[in-house]
Design a protein around this ligand. Structure first.
Ligand code: X2X
Length: 354
């Protein structure tokens, strides 16, 4: 009896709350989940944490975001992140275009081998018509995109030998990320690609089950891959990996217009900080990144223009095949943006790795 009376009271309270709230508005959650794939100590992780902190502070705790690094919200499977976000299993994310490319094939544009020529061309894509079109694709899928951040240009590392030509890659086993485009690239170069999550890759490298991997230096350093035998690194800048600050649509709609502005502005600011950090090339020791790598026993190989061209030629059929899969119109816009940028800029690229 007593129990029923209590339930009745709860029922009345809920009914009153429903009347008091506008029809569409959902109440704010006590805590919002925010997913990222790598460790929190990467520039990607630090930029994301800054976003969460700024939002909490500027909304006086109304929007309280908890960062979940290492893809734990998807049990490690980073290729499921975008779907989980769309379905509302995850509230927010700062995610890689590579990991989300199974849901949005157009995101593969950044992974077309050797399309990009340094940071200026990458910025020309994300900040121009290509970036706007990609944001529209994200919107169509029920996710609100707010800002572009950056994982970085991806370099190839291995435990066997210095890579200067496709022949040097022959027979080496590489972990690749979850887009089939990467399988095609590594196969075209004569290597043996295996798809794995980042968590699996770290374990496989540690157990010496694979010879190599490809990732930006910031990720290499954060995971200290030099300590698990990854002694050879080739700077080839073959693709870059932007990341996107996003919010699930229902969550976004549940916030007041004022809070949405706060979240958006904070995303833009945090993304700017994150990109600067990803490009800074400095470790906490204050030493330049490349010298630091060498001092840890990593042999850094830079390609001459002729050497680079051999990789471009070997992967050309993959580029042509994937141009159609990504969408010819979009890729042509991207190619034009890269071309215009390299013609218009007399200043050296920010990626001064010549
Ligand atoms: O899995 C990777 O290699 C990583 C961490 O770079 C991405 O999430 C794309």
């Amino acid at each position: 009896m007593r129990n029923q009376g209590w339930r009745g009271l709860v029922g009345v309270a809920l009914a009153l709350a429903a009347i008091a709230l506008p029809v569409a508005a959902q109440p704010y959650k006590a805590e919002y989940t925010l997913s990222i794939v790598p460790d929190g100590g990467t520039p990607w992780g630090k930029g994301t944490q800054l976003w969460a902190d700024m939002v909490r502070e500027r909304t006086q705790g109304r929007i309280n975001i908890r960062l979940h690094p290492n893809a734990t919200l998807m049990g490690g499977d980073q290729t499921r992140e975008f779907t989980a976000l769309r379905q509302g299993v995850i509230d927010m994310a700062v995610g890689s275009t590579i990991n989300w490319s199974s849901a949005i094939p157009e995101f593969n544009v950044f992974s077309l081998p050797f399309l990009l020529r340094g940071y200026r061309s990458l910025d020309a894509l994300t900040q121009g018509e290509v970036g706007r079109e990609l944001f529209r694709r994200v919107e169509e899928q029920g996710v609100v995109p707010l800002a572009w951040g950056e994982n970085g240009f991806r370099q190839v590392t291995n435990s066997r030998r210095a890579i200067r030509s496709p022949e040097d890659m022959k027979g080496l086993r590489f972990r690749v990320v979850g887009s089939l485009l990467f399988n095609d690239i590594f196969t075209a170069l004569g290597a043996v690609p295996t798809q794995m999550t980042w968590g699996e890759a770290i374990r496989a490298l540690r157990a010496r089950k694979i010879d190599g991997q490809e990732n930006p230096i910031t990720i290499f350093n954060n995971a200290r891959l030099d300590t698990v035998g990854q002694r050879y690194l080739t700077v080839w800048d073959y693709v870059a990996d932007p990341i996107v600050f996003v919010v699930n649509r229902q969550v976004w709609d549940s916030w007041s217009p004022q809070d949405r502005d706060i979240v958006r502005d904070a995303a833009v600011e945090a993304a700017r900080f994150e990109v600067a950090l990803a490009r800074e090339d400095l470790l906490s020791s204050g030493q330049g990144m490349w010298e630091n790598l060498e001092s840890r026993g990593v042999k850094v190989t830079r390609l001459t223009p002729e050497q680079r061209q051999r990789f471009v030629d070997a992967t050309r059929p993959v580029y042509v095949k994937w141009k159609t899969l990504v969408g010819r119109d979009l890729v042509e816009k991207a190619e034009a943006a890269v071309r215009d940028e390299s013609i218009s800029s007399k200043a050296p690229s920010l990626g001064t790795r010549k």
